[in-house]
Design a protein around this ligand. Structure first.
Ligand code: HEM
Length: 260
């Protein structure tokens, strides 16, 4: 991140926000008026990915230092940003499938799956630690060295806090008002997972509407081969799993593992 010089005589709104640079990034590759919205939505989401990466870095350091109040505050912000990111799908759906079909042929070769920042967010949270080998291999092939860039993921920092506190998630949920920061931390991590899932599912619903479920994406994949498989990915499966334990502990019936 570069720091602006506030003493600069030209310092004003345009200068502070580097608007000349930011706004000059709008470049259509077709004359179709709906491509403007398509590019804008991608730009906005990339800006949010950048900010999420920025805050994740702070959160990991805060968790490592057991600064839970501030870490929780920032985690809640990330969940809000993900909620906002999801809201873009309905805006994009105001571009009709017929309009998109008129210019998407010129976009072949370019796909959101090439977003390095999106993959960085996933890896920084720790998806390579919970997803299948296919995910890890694909990430290493497409982005060599990306996984190694994050020796401590949000997952690592998160579980480190509970280890140092010497409590299980089950204990924390039972003692949620006396161990409130630890409880809030688990709820915030759960919320991030849940929001990410929601983003993935709503992206898929939007894709269905814009190109149909049997069409090949501009990145070259078919739905059942790629996007469908990504809905199985969770950052904190433990936080979903232990809810079964809560139910079982209260006398509820829970299937054996693998029965889901
Ligand atoms: C009309 C709009 C869109 C369509 C039809 C669409 C379609 C697709 C398809 C089919 C894929 C699978 C890979 C491929 O073969 O291309 C994909 C992946 C992806 N798209 Fe979109 N997309 C759209 C808009 C967006 C926008 C605005 C973003 C914002 C950044 C985005 C982000 C992504 C990401 C991050 C992936 C990879 C997902 C993953 O690996 O889990 N997409 N998209």
């Amino acid at each position: 991140m570069t720091t602006a010089e506030s003493g600069d005589q030209r310092f004003d709104y345009v200068h502070h926000l580097q608007l000349d640079t930011l706004l000059s990034a709008m470049r259509q590759v077709t004359p179709h008026p709906e491509e403007h919205l398509f590019v804008t939505v991608h730009h906005v989401l990339e800006l949010w990915f950048k900010h999420v990466l920025f805050d994740l870095d702070r959160i990991i350091a805060l968790l490592q230092a057991d600064e839970l109040a501030q870490a929780n505050w920032l985690l809640r912000r990330i969940a809000e940003i993900l909620k906002l990111a999801e809201a873009h799908w309905t805006v994009l759906e105001t571009m009709s499938a017929a309009d998109f079909a008129e210019f998407r042929g010129n976009l072949t070769g370019a796909s959101g799956m090439q977003s390095r920042q999106f993959r960085q967010v996933e890896v920084m949270i720790g998806l390579h630690q919970t997803a299948d080998d296919v995910y890890r291999q694909r990430t290493e092939t497409l982005w060599p060295g990306l996984i190694a860039e994050y020796p401590v993921t949000l997952r690592d920092a998160f579980f480190g806090v509970y280890e140092r506190a010497g409590v299980s998630l089950l204990d924390v949920y039972r003692d949620r008002w006396t161990r409130n920061e630890l409880f809030q931390l688990a709820e915030n991590a759960f919320e991030i997972d849940r929001r990410f899932q929601s983003w993935r599912h709503n992206h898929i619903l939007m894709v269905r509407r814009q190109i149909g479920i049997r069409a090949r994406g501009t990145g070259g994949t078919f739905f059942k081969d790629y996007l469908a498989s990504t809905t199985a990915y969770y950052f904190f499966p433990e936080l979903f799993e232990f809810r079964n334990e809560l139910t079982a502990a209260s006398g509820g019936e829970v299937m054996e593992k693998g029965g889901d």
